[in-house]
Write a protein that binds this ligand. Structure first.
Ligand SMILES: CC(C)(COP(=O)(O)OP(=O)(O)OC[C@H]1O[C@@H](n2cnc3c(N)ncnc32)[C@H](O)[C@@H]1OP(=O)(O)O)[C@@H](O)C(=O)NCCC(=O)NCCS
Length: 274
């Protein structure tokens, strides 16, 4: 078994494994461009046995933190210590002591690996799906904006530079980047992607947690009727979505090496890129 840095020629094998073990929660096709983006912008390693890729792990830099985007093994390769070796190998050496965060699956072998790597569970990330027509009407206005403009607002609100990520989100088929506005001021920015099954609110950031429910409602209604979104369990939008009959279709555990690395009040994160 060899653990090595992933290269472009590994993409087909990675996408094959992803479609078996990590299919998107919204029933969309596996997005090969996401793995290409991780190859170009993240730190990506694969496990290979007899020239066959059996698993992969990827980490991206988010501000001064490291976010574990992916850690997946083919079914037949599990329970032999390969997941632990992949996770050990994915931290790039010059940032090994940076704060770490990830969304752990509920697979019994995932959480122990993350805890041993210094990340403890803090709150659930709920994948919620429902009808935006059931949400309270909002007077807020929603309009498309350029990715650079959304990244600039996020940099102001959250101090994170997400320019490259907005570049990736903007190029996804069916993607729209938008702002939620109240008169002259922008309250939130986000990304929505339409696929054959539904609309996914892939990421959403607010200027302040207090406006989250109303801004999220305006955004979801603008996206379309059938919407999926991943929401921190502690976020103020959760009661509104539950009252509107939205269903929890999946959940993950946010794990971090210290509190305060991300703000679950102001951000509905993209699970892979945060
Ligand atoms: C999660 C995954 C990457 C782990 O890789 P793996 O190679 O199977 O795991 P490892 O063998 O390296 O280690 C798992 C550890 O968890 C421990 N473990 C397993 N089940 C456990 C449980 N119920 N409670 C506590 N520890 C447990 C194992 O004993 C092992 O510890 P050890 O090294 O001391 O023996 C892999 O199983 C996988 O791909 N699962 C499905 C996809 C998934 O959910 N990925 C996580 C995405 S966030």
């Amino acid at each position: 078994m060899q653990i090595r840095t992933a290269v472009a020629d590994d993409l087909d094998a990675i996408v094959d494994i992803a479609s078996m073990v990590d299919p998107p929660a919204d029933d969309a096709e596996v997005d090969a461009s996401y793995y290409r983006y991780l190859l170009e912008h993240g730190h990506f390693v694969v496990a290979e046995a007899s020239d066959i890729v059996v698993g992969y792990a990827a980490v991206v830099d988010v501000d001064a933190t490291l976010h574990v985007s992916d850690l997946f093994l083919h079914q037949d390769a599990r329970g032999q210590g390969i997941g632990r070796r992949l996770l050990d190998a994915v931290w790039h050496t010059n940032s090994a002591s940076a704060p770490r965060q990830t969304f752990s699956s509920l697979h019994s072998a995932a959480l122990p690996l993350y805890v041993r790597a210094g990340m403890v569970p803090m709150w659930p990330l709920l994948y919620l799906n429902g009808s935006s027509g059931a949400l309270p009407a909002s007077p807020l206005e929603v309009r498309t904006i350029a990715g650079e403009a959304a990244a600039a607002l996020e940099a102001e609100w959250l101090t994170w530079d997400r320019d490259a990520d907005y570049g990736y989100w903007a190029k996804r088929p069916g993607a729209r980047i938008f702002a939620v506005r109240d008169g002259g001021s922008t309250l939130a920015v986000g990304v929505t992607v339409r696929n054959r099954a539904m609309h996914t609110l892939s990421r959403f950031a607010c200027v302040d947690g207090s406006v989250m429910p109303e801004a999220a409602s305006a955004a979801a209604r603008w996206c379309g009727d059938d919407v999926m979104v991943a929401v921190p369990g502690t976020n103020r939008a959760v009661p509104m979505l539950m009252e509107a009959g939205w269903r929890v279709v999946e959940h993950r555990l946010y794990c971090a090496s210290e509190p305060g690395l991300m703000d679950p009040e102001r951000l509905l994160p993209h699970p892979g890129l945060l």
